[in-house]
Write a protein that binds this ligand. Structure first.
Ligand code: LLP
Length: 461
């Protein structure tokens, strides 16, 4: 839960003292409720933890908030006010950054398939870095910048062969994925040269490219520091080799995002300070061992900053209970049947696609009141025409939950609104930010009129 979310004396969930029933009355549901205070505090905490760990190595860390996790103009401006930079991955995200008045020097642009228009826009906005994803794109950026008589600031995204997911990571020599330049030796036609090295060589040969350094991103929702540390080590070894072979200096190294959060009590991400220190230890010892000056380190956390700042407020509707048969297990367990109650809410996979897409787990609480009724195994489902439309797979909710109650699902700040859709012609919920006891739209909810706006009607039939 975000800071400032607690039960009031009447037993109702409230944020900064504003009860959920008031939010529902004023803004409707489903509704994303974001604590601005919490967002800002986490942004600052991340910056402080990494700055402290890397102070003696490279004077601190540049933290780029990954806008793909959740972005709107207000959030972009909070990010800047808290001393962070912004990582974008499309022309649309650049447009939001521009609207928030963010200095181009504090922006990065990602993407494996940037359009010429996006590259031009990045150059128009004098972006601090374009993170180039392929040899093909490097050539395109060089050509576009050259035609404009400008020099593009570029980082190269490499795939270090480290893949992390939650508490496991795997290391492989070869990369078979759409992102990045492979570091494996025989990955391109050019005998012996990795795509990564070819890109370094090419980048240094273009007058219209300033090669700032290297980048990698090893995955998302990662709990432990080992994967980050291994990737950092691999990239530093490569960086040192490139510096000496091509007589260049690569002043920057970006280690990407992916820092995990707790969605349910079984999730146990390590604190940012611990991860920062583990990463710093590896950067420190690698640079010393390689005899190089440490590059300026940057990172790109998204989820870890915005994820826990937000909960989704839903109103409950239809309820039904089914008997579930659990077949006898191989371990000799008996056949059992148990009741499961389906609690439908007024949103679903259109405002949170993560359970459907990634089997993601969430939790939920009865928010509009407390109840002494017995907890009952429940499944919170949406209103979409799809049986996989699940919001929370298994949660114990009071047995007297009834239509018209309000449920709150925490941890929905990252990749929920961002991935939302209009499936079944549902209007996408808006986002309300709460600070100092007041709530206001930062993205208003869609209306039926919005939904029909782009439908050309019968005129063109
Ligand atoms: N940097 C790059 C280059 C990325 O691709 C991403 C996320 C991030 C930073 C931020 O990662 P974060 O710190 O938020 O984990 N939709 C999925 C997550 C996709 C992540 C894509 N890239 C989900 O909902 O779990």
């Amino acid at each position: 839960w975000a800071a400032g979310v607690e039960r009031n004396d009447g037993g109702e969930l409230a944020i900064d003292g504003i009860p959920v029933s008031e939010l529902k009355a004023q803004f409707g549901s489903p509704l994303f409720v974001m604590s601005e205070t919490d967002f800002r505090a986490r942004a600052r905490a991340f910056k402080d933890a990494f700055d402290a760990a890397f102070e003696d190595i490279c004077g601190g860390v540049d933290v780029y908030y990954a806008g793909k996790s959740f972005l709107c103009t207000a959030v972009a401006s909070w990010v800047a006010e808290e001393g962070l930079r912004l990582d974008t991955c499309s022309g649309g995200e650049l447009a939001v950054a521009a609207r928030a008045g963010i200095d181009g020097a504090n922006l990065g642009l990602h993407g494996n398939n940037k359009s010429d228009a996006e590259i031009n826009r990045a150059l128009d906005m004098k972006l601090g870095r374009i993170v180039v994803d392929s040899l093909d794109e490097l050539e395109r950026v060089a050509k576009i910048a050259s035609a404009r008589g400008e020099v593009a600031k570029v980082m190269l995204r490499l795939t270090p062969g480290v893949h992390a997911h939650t508490h496991e990571f795997i290391a492989t020599a070869h990369e078979d994925q759409k992102f990045g330049l492979s570091m494996a030796g025989d990955s391109t036609e050019e005998a012996g040269l990795s795509a990564a090295e070819e890109a370094v060589a090419a980048a240094t040969s273009y007058d219209s490219i300033e090669l700032l350094g290297l980048h990698c991103h090893i995955g998302s929702q990662i709990f432990e520091p080992e994967g980050f540390a291994l990737a950092a080590e691999k990239l530093l070894v490569f960086l040192a080799a490139m510096q000496s072979k091509y007589s260049i200096v690569l002043p920057e190294l970006d280690l990407g995002g992916g820092y995990g959060i707790a969605y349910t009590p079984v999730d146990t991400p390590r604190p940012a300070a611990e991860i920062a220190q583990a990463m710093a230890a590896v950067v420190r010892s690698s640079c010393a061992g390689l005899g190089i000056k440490a590059p300026r380190i940057s990172i790109e956390p998204g989820r870890a900053i915005v994820g826990s700042s937000t909960f989704t407020l839903y109103e409950t509707g239809t309820l039904k209970t089914v008997r579930v048969d659990a077949p006898a297990g191989a371990d000799g367990a008996e056949n059992v049947t148990f009741p499961r109650r389906y609690v439908s809410v007024d949103g679903g996979m259109s405002d949170n696609a993560r359970p459907v897409l990634y089997d993601a787990d969430y939790s939920a609480v009865l928010a509009s009141r407390t109840s002494l009724a017995e907890p009952q195994l429940s499944r919170v489902v949406g209103k979409h025409c799809e049986s996989g439309d699940i919001v929370v797979r298994d949660v114990y909710l009071p047995a007297d939950v009834a239509a018209g109650d309000l449920l709150a699902v925490p941890g929905t700040g990252a990749y929920c609104w961002a991935l939302s859709s209009n499936y079944n012609y549902l209007a996408r919920p808006g986002v309300v930010a709460v600070r100092g006891g007041t709530a206001r739209w930062i993205v208003r909810g869609e209306t039926e009129e919005d939904l029909l706006n782009r439908d050309m009607g019968v005129a063109n039939v």
